[in-house]
Design a protein around this ligand. Structure first.
Ligand code: ADP
Length: 483
């Protein structure tokens, strides 16, 4: 037996752990994708910008040399300044220029160019490729971008020379390498951090659900008073806890009603059984005359009848509450139905000195009802009214046609019901004055039966009453009428 709760606890814990795991995996994946997307796009932008500025520099240089060779081919100083001196003055981003004649013989070269670059390779690599620069590795492993162009000399051109330019891009490459290192570093840190943080967040989010489940596991029919403390929960889970607490409230109320009902049944069954037993014991204590035995039997029969009525009522209520119970509806003339009840009770009302009146029903008032059930409901009401109305009073039956319902009223000029008892009169076994009701044969189930009959028809029963002035019960059955 003891292994059972453990098994169920672990069975419910396993999917929860999976949920936290799944959530954190989803967070991490989304986070990592974002980091990769952001850093990779930044890297691409940076690389493109660096390449673009190198290309612009090379294009600029070529343009200057092209102009000089076309317009001032004999200004050797200016050419020397541009090719030999300017590069030497730069500390970063060194560049090298070589000017070759038509036969490929160098005319002018930036000092140190041959040290840095394999010039034969440069010539062969750049030959015939003028559209954009190319990558080339220098003698010391430094990265270069190189370009070459055949330039017309003089205006009009007399011949053409070749300009070769190489620019050292090691600074840019170093920057990109540093960036890539950062990228991998960030990726490493986030791929460790994201799952850890994500798992903590997921666990934190799921904790209230675990607490709700733990409370649910603790609850049995004996501690239905227990509630979930939802303070500090996020609003969605507080609402869940609230709904759960409300459900517990309803369960607690139903359990209380059921146990009160069982106690009432036991009490009401015990009284007649005790009476029968007591009378039998007294009768058997010594020899009796035939008349005395007859009295005892008659009294026992009376109790047995009460008992069987009570059991019949209880059975009726139990059946009425079953979801399988069907109502056998038929076309019922309400005027006739009330006349039947009036005729049945007329004699006993007369005996009690009460006037039983049936108000004229606007003909024809028909409805789709279960005739015998509705007869029973109205009879219960009339019998209550007669029982609680002193001689000289009036009990009135009336029916009318309301907008969406058929309405039956049973009113009396009887003793009435105290306001504090009024909300409970439809409860099972409830009697305003138990001793008095017992004398009149009431079981305290009459109005409960009326209510369940109306519920079976989808209708309602309401009571209004004034102490000392009388009561009125109104029954309403929704449409489903035939005219
Ligand atoms: P009972 O079988 O005792 O009549 P009911 O469920 O029919 O049980 O009624 C519950 C209680 O409501 C009765 O015990 C009675 O005190 C009160 N009651 C019902 N109908 C009337 C009425 N017409 N006038 C005064 N009291 C009433």
């Amino acid at each position: 037996m003891s292994s059972k709760p453990n098994r169920s606890a672990s069975a419910t814990r396993r999917p929860r752990r999976t949920l936290a795991f799944r959530l954190s995996a989803a967070y991490s994946l989304a986070g990592l994708m974002l980091v990769i997307l952001a850093t990779a796009s930044l890297y691409i932008v940076l690389r493109t910008e660096l390449d673009r500025s190198t290309e612009l520099f090379l294009a600029d240089k070529l343009h200057v040399l092209r102009t000089m060779l076309r317009e001032r081919p004999d200004d050797e100083d200016a050419l020397r300044e541009e090719i030999e001196l300017e590069s030497a003055a730069r500390r970063y981003q060194q560049f090298y220029i070589r000017l070759l004649d038509e036969q490929g013989v160098p005319i002018m070269t930036t000092p140190g160019m041959a040290e840095q670059l394999d010039l034969a390779q440069l010539a062969s690599q750049t030959q015939g490729r003028f559209e954009s620069s190319m990558a080339m590795t220098g003698r010391h492993g430094r990265p270069f971008r190189v370009t070459s162009e055949t330039v017309a000399v003089g205006t009009p051109p007399t011949h053409s020379d070749t300009v070769q330019i190489a620019i050292d891009v090691s600074q840019e490459e170093a920057l990109l390498v540093r960036y890539r290192l950062w990228f991998w570093g960030i990726l490493l840190v986030t791929s460790v951090l994201f799952p850890l943080v994500g798992y903590r967040i997921a666990r934190h989010g799921i904790r209230p659900v675990e607490e709700i489940a733990a409370t649910a596991r603790r609850i049995t029919s004996t501690n239905l008073r227990e509630r979930i403390e939802s303070e500090g929960y996020p609003s969605e889970l507080a609402a869940l806890a609230g709904t759960f607490n409300e459900m517990l409230g309803r369960l607690e109320e139903s359990f209380e009603r059921v146990s009160r009902f069982s106690a009432d049944i036991a009490h009401d069954l015990r009284t007649p059984v005790n009476n029968i037993r007591g009378e039998a014991e007294v009768a058997l204590a010594r020899p009796r005359t035939a008349g005395e035995y007859r009295d005892v039997l008659e009294s026992s029969l009376e109790e047995a009848v009460r008992l069987s009525e009570l059991i019949g009522d209880l059975l009726f209520l139990a059946r009425a509450e079953s979801p399988l119970t069907e109502v056998h509806r038929e076309d019922v003339n309400i005027g006739e139905l009330l006349t039947t009840v009036r005729d049945y009770y007329e004699a006993s009302a007369n005996d009690a000195g009460i006037l039983l009146v049936l108000n004229d029903v606007a003909e024809p008032l028909n409805a789709e009802l279960d005739r015998s059930l509705m007869l029973r409901a109205v009879s219960n009401l009339v019998s209550n009214s007669i029982a609680h109305t002193p001689p000289g009073g009036i009990v009135t039956l009336a029916a009318s046609d309301e907008d969406a319902a058929m309405r039956i009223d049973v009113s009396d000029t009887g003793v009435g019901i105290p306001a504090d008892a009024l909300p409970r009169v439809f409860d099972r076994f409830f009697r305003v004055d138990p001793s008095r009701s017992k004398a009149s044969g009431g079981t305290g189930l009459g109005l409960a039966i009326v209510q369940s009959i109306l519920a079976l028809h989808g209708g309602s029963a309401e009571i209004t009453s004034q102490l000392g002035r009388g009561s009125r019960v109104t029954l309403r059955v929704p449409a489903l009428r035939t005219r």
